[in-house]
Design a protein around this ligand. Sequence first.
Ligand code: TXA
Ligand code: MG
Length: 314
Amino acid sequence: MAAAARVLAAGGLVAFPTETVYGLGADAANPAAVTGIYRAKGRPAFNPLIAHVGDLTAARRIARFDAAATALAEAFWPGPLTLVLPKAEDCAVADLATAGLDTVAIRIPAHPVAREILRAFGGPVVAPSANLSGHVSPTTAAHVESDLAGRIDLIVDGGPVAVGVESTIVGCFGAPMLLRPGGLPRAEIERVLGRALRQAPAEADGGGGQPLAPGMLASHYAPRARVRLNAERVEPGEALLAFGLGAISGIDAAAAVMNLSERGDLDEAAANLFGHLRALDGKGVNAIAVMPVPGEGLGEAINDRLRRAAVERE
Ligand code: TXA
Ligand code: MG
C-alpha cells in the first residue's frame, strides 16, 4: 500500500480493491496521470471519473454539499455511494477528470485497502472501474490483470470484493436524483432523504448533448456473447446464468451453467454477477440465457447491468 501511494505520487496508475469493484486510480490533481487512465482503459474522454477521498473534510475541499448531500454522506460514507455535487471553487480535481462539467463525483470507499492507500497518498484519487472500456467491471485482481496487464503500473490484490456491483450514484444539484443504481439500495437512500429520488431519464441528457451520467451509455457492461434476459428455457448451446433453485427447461443441453445465488439471495447474486458473466463468456458460447432476477434491493442494480449487457452491439 505504501508502494501504491508512491506510484500515485509519481503520476502512475494503480489498480486497487474497493468494496464495490476494483478501481484504477490516478492522482486526481495530475492531468497527465488522468490522461493515462483514459489511455489505459480506452475510455472516451467525455466520460468523467469518480474522485475517491479518505474523509468528509477532504470531500468538502472539492465539492459543495447541500443539506441532502450532507445527510447522505453522514449516513452512508464510507460505503457504496457516489455523490455528484457542484465543484468547490478551488477544486483540486483536474478538469479532464470531470470532463469539463461544473459538477464532480465523489466517494469515500469502505474497503480497508482503499482507505489505507488514500491515507498514505493524502490527496483525492480518481478511479474508474479497472476494466477495459466496455467490459464488465472487475471483482478480482485476476480480472484486472486479464484486462489491463502491461497497461498499468501496479495491481494491489485484496481478494474478491464484497459488493460486486459499482456504487449507487446520486446527483445532489437540486432535488436528489438517482443517476445509477448500484451497491447501495435505493430504498435505504430514500429512507434517509424522507422522499423519493428523482429518476434520471434513460440515456439521461443534461442538455448540450452532455449525458447526466455520461458513463451510462446503453451498451456498457458488455460480455462478448449475446445476453438473453428473462429466459424461460435454455436453447441448445446456450450457457445459463441461473438465479435460485427454480426449474428451467433445456438445462440438460446447456453449454455451461452458473448460479448467481442458489438460495435466491440478491446480495450474493450481486457479488457473483460480473465474475459469472466473465466466466461464462470465457467458455466461448454464442449466447448466455439469464433467468429472471427480482428487482428489489440490489436487484435494481443487477437488472440494470444485465439490461446493458443484453443490448445488441455492432
Ligand atoms: O463503485 C464504483 O463507483 C467504482 C469504484 C472503483 O469506486 N467506480 C466506478 O467508476 O464505477 P466508473 O468510472 O466505472 O463509473 C463512474 C460513473 C460514470 O458513469 C460517469 O459517467 C459518472 O460516474 N460520473 C462521474 N462524474 C460525473 C459527473 N460529474 N456527473 C455525472 N456523472 C458522473
Ligand atoms: Mg466502469
